[in-house]
Design a protein around this ligand. Structure first.
Ligand code: NAD
Ligand code: MG
Length: 398
């Protein structure tokens, strides 16, 4: 029986909902018993209130202060405290618990992940952007507090499960698998006219809108390369990407003797979430199982650097170091959201990243802040302002 006190930040999103569903399924199966300390969400008050009614956390927080009264009314009579705003999310993230699932999307998740990191709780990190923005310092902060960071991103969960933590010198290379996204076989000409609806229609994974766009541009794999570098202490030169459209092998670790270990599973986020929830134990739940014979074959191909330049840009940002990954992440976020708002053409997402990096990398990282989180957020804000200007210049011109 897995027993945990859990807080879920970004509970109403794709990963957050899967986390609570999985906990529910494990409770139904009699294999898990969970107490929820805090839940946070955004504008979807109905879903947040429904989750709070089911799990009875001490506090439920909406990111939007204008929705506080609505949340309070929805929670009337439950005994669950209602709260709102960024500071309330940070406060909720700081409450004592065994595990914090950090599943807010974007750099907006950094402050609460940073707060959770100092509590000594296990930080189950789905919010890859906070790691890309503030990687080494965030990992250090978790360690210093006596906690443990467990990646939830499926690729990093895979590597985590086969990585020799006590002897990293045995590793030659990390191989991240990528589905290739919805435009794997789309020509550059056709990609130029792609709409948000086409970009978020992912062939294998059901995810939030922003990460779905990131998958279509492969900026997601770029973020994941940076994430892997920080998590496993690997230079860019020892992290490769291979396209694997079936999304069955979630990533691999190649050892110095030529042996390669892979982790496999169906393309369902509940599997890496279950791993993080129970680690070092294993959670039994009614998981979908692989049927390799029915599948017949697994295929692989090299990523196309011409149609997916965001991957190269991420590698360059990682190699440049300093604030470059933070700038990459900020520019990508601004550009992906502008594309979703129909203010930017699909292929210009990578153009905005390239231009922002080109203009900012020489200015160097911000220093002079209380802590690495504040420094990363200041650089993030500067990069966003510039990226927004560049979005205005490029707009829909292909
Ligand atoms: P989502 O858009 O479905 O959900 C995001 C959650 O964050 C929601 O609860 C939303 O209310 C909250 N949120 C959004 N903006 C916020 C803000 N400014 N302040 C506070 N809360 C805010 O996103 P998702 O797909 O669940 O992804 C969450 C994170 O997990 C992302 O970092 C993503 O890259 C990562 N991830 C997701 C998947 C997946 O399958 N969805 C897989 C791997 C990694
Ligand atoms: Mg992933």
């Amino acid at each position: 029986m897995i027993r945990r006190r859990v807080s879920v930040l970004g509970a109403t999103g794709s990963v957050g909902t899967s986390t609570l569903d999985l906990m529910d399924q494990a409770e139904q199966a009699g294999t898990g018993a969970f107490e929820v300390v805090a839940l946070s969400g955004g504008a979807n008050i109905a879903r947040l209130a429904e989750q709070a009614r089911r799990w009875r956390p001490a506090v439920a927080v909406t990111a939007d202060p204008a929705r506080l009264e609505e949340l309070r009314a929805a929670l009337a009579g439950t005994g669950v405290e209602a709260a709102a705003g960024d500071a309330a999310i940070v406060e909720a993230a700081s409450r004592p618990t065994d595990l914090v699932m950090a599943a807010i999307v974007g750099a907006a998740g950094l402050k609460s992940a940073w707060a959770a990191a100092a509590t000594g709780a296990t930080l189950a990190l789905a919010n890859k952007e906070s790691l890309v923005c503030c990687g080494a310092a965030l990992i250090q902060r978790v360690r210093a507090a006596g906690g443990r960071l467990i990646p939830v991103d499926s690729e990093h969960s895979a590597i985590f499960q086969v990585f020799p933590e006590a002897a990293p010198e045995r590793v030659a290379r990390l191989i991240l698998t990528a589905s290739g996204g919805p435009f794997r076989r789309t020509s550059l000409e056709a990609m130029a006219g792609m709409t948000p609806e086409q970009a978020v229609a992912h062939p294998n994974w059901s995810m939030g809108a922003k990460i779905s766009v990131d998958s279509a541009t492969m900026a997601n794999k770029g973020l994941e390369m940076i994430e892997a570098a920080y998590l496993f202490g690997m230079p860019a030169s020892r992290i490769d990407v291979v396209v694997h459209p079936e999304s069955v092998i979630h990533s691999m670790v190649e050892y110095v003797d030529g042996s390669t270990l892979a982790q496999m599973g169906p393309p369902d986020m509940k599997t890496p979430i279950a791993c993080a929830l129970a680690w070092p134990d294993r959670l039994s739940w009614p998981a979908p199982r692989l049927d390799l014979a029915a599948m017949g074959q697994l295929t692989f191909e090299a990523p196309d650097p011409v149609r997916f330049p965001a991957l190269r840009l991420a590698r360059e940002a990682l190699e440049a170091g300093g604030g470059a990954p933070t700038i990459f992440n900020a520019a990508n976020e601004v550009a992906a959201l502008a594309f979703l708002d129909r203010r930017l053409a699909f292929l210009n997402i990578a153009a905005v990243i390239a231009e922002t990096l080109g203009r900012m990398v020489k200015t160097g990282a911000d220093s002079d802040f209380d802590d690495a989180c504040a420094g990363a957020l200041a650089l993030d804000a500067r990069a966003r302002r510039l990226a927004l200007e560049i979005v205005g210049d490029l707009a829909l011109v292909a």
